[in-house]
Design a protein around this ligand. Structure first.
Ligand SMILES: [Zn+2]
Ligand SMILES: [Zn+2]
Length: 369
């Protein structure tokens, strides 16, 4: 198993990079002296700043380098003893922008593509996800809250990709990760300030540490969206995010599309007058109630019409449906734009966590929990 995080802090986690990209060719460029390439049991020093091109050829990796001659291999690792050393990765085929990563790389051929794993210190990974999730300009308490949730997710899900040989992928399927946050010392400091800490529920279990962009003024309960009860994923009135970027949206849809979808859900639209589709609510509701006692879950409408959120008013005008929505995302757990505002108003990370996740505690992670 790669990097069984949880036994010791020194152990690295393995993150599958560009998992869905079908990579055929890439370049690695050490940004610090001291990187070595481990190939066929032999360690060869890699010169700093000189790119190493890696290409798939059948089941093998072949290498191109200005000063080294390297034999083909089915697996290769690029290693540095210091977990804070950095290396740049650039996809060549398909093309990608260069990204900087902390730590080591492990490459092999799998399912007809070059699979690239970043073997990274967990705290460096957490800082990287915090940067990918909220950018580089938030307050330290927001980064601390975000780091607690990212670490909790990592601990709870570190076996998610184990069958493929790594802990987590770098996509939103797990947590968005685009490499190092070392250019943002304030993110690394905030992450370090919470090192080893996670969020647990009343029984001491790691929470489902979800977050979303903007709740629109009221978060969603897990029951309404996922149909599973949770003692801490409850609907919370949020006064902090209402003036933020993601707080409101509008969308117009053809009435025929709207009716067709409702019919597919068993609604007898021929018996409903146009005004029957009008809907207004000051609070976040689970169901779109229609005349005749029929109701359709808002989450189904959101999913089918690809709407920004599942909280919206409905108006009818001739052949069109006008939606006026609140929030952006599934609405469960921490509202990021609300949390950003709370941190700006001087709230602590623990207050932010307890506001969005009711009855939870921040504890030092213990193996076996
Ligand atoms: Zn994943
Ligand atoms: Zn909110």
């Amino acid at each position: 198993m790669f990097g069984g995080y949880g036994v010791s802090k020194a152990q690295r986690v393995s993150i599958g990079l560009y998992d869905t990209c079908a990579t055929q060719q890439l370049e690695l460029r050490p940004l610090r002296a001291g990187y070595k390439i481990l190939l066929g049991g032999r360690m060869t020093p890699l010169p700093v700043d000189v790119p190493l091109r890696v290409q798939r050829q059948g089941r093998n990796l072949v290498f191109q380098h200005d000063s080294l001659s390297l034999a083909a291999a089915d697996h290769v690792a690029v290693l540095h003893a210091d977990p804070n050393a950095q290396i740049e990765l650039t996809l060549v085929q398909p093309k990608g922008a260069p990204r900087t990563y902390d730590g080591n790389m492990s490459l092999f051929v799998d399912f007809g593509r070059v699979m690239c794993l970043n073997l990274v210190d967990p705290e460096n990974y957490i800082a990287g996800v915090a940067l990918a999730e909220v950018g580089g300009r938030a307050k330290p308490e927001l980064y601390k809250a975000q780091a607690l949730l990212i670490r909790t997710y990592l601990m709870a899900n570190r076996a998610k990709h184990l069958e493929e040989g790594f802990n987590l992928c770098d996509q939103v399927h797990c947590q968005a990760y685009k490499g190092s946050a070392s250019a943002y010392p304030e993110i690394k400091q905030a992450t370090q300030a919470t090192a080893g800490q996670v969020v647990v529920d009343g029984e001491g279990n790691l929470i489902t540490s979800v977050f979303h962009a903007n709740c629109g003024g009221q978060t969603a309960s897990a029951r309404d969206v996922w149909l599973t009860e949770s003692p801490y994923l409850l609907s919370v009135r949020d006064p902090y995010c209402r003036k933020s970027r993601g707080a409101a949206w509008k969308r117009t849809l053809p009435l025929t599309d709207w009716l067709r979808f409702l019919q597919s859900k068993g609604v007898a639209t021929q018996h409903i007058p146009m005004r029957g589709y009008v809907y207004r609510s000051e609070t976040r509701e689970g169901m779109y109630e229609l005349p005749g006692g029929i109701a359709v879950p808002f989450r189904d409408l959101r999913e089918y019409f690809n709407l920004k959120s599942a909280w919206f008013d409905v108006a009818v005008d001739g052949g069109s449906i006008h939606l006026t929505g609140r929030g952006y995302g599934h609405g469960i757990g921490m509202c990021q734009e609300g949390a950003i505002r709370m941190a700006e108003e001087g709230k602590k990370a623990s207050e932010i966590i307890n506001f969005y996740f009711k009855g939870t505690r921040i504890v030092t992670y213990q193996v076996g929990k």
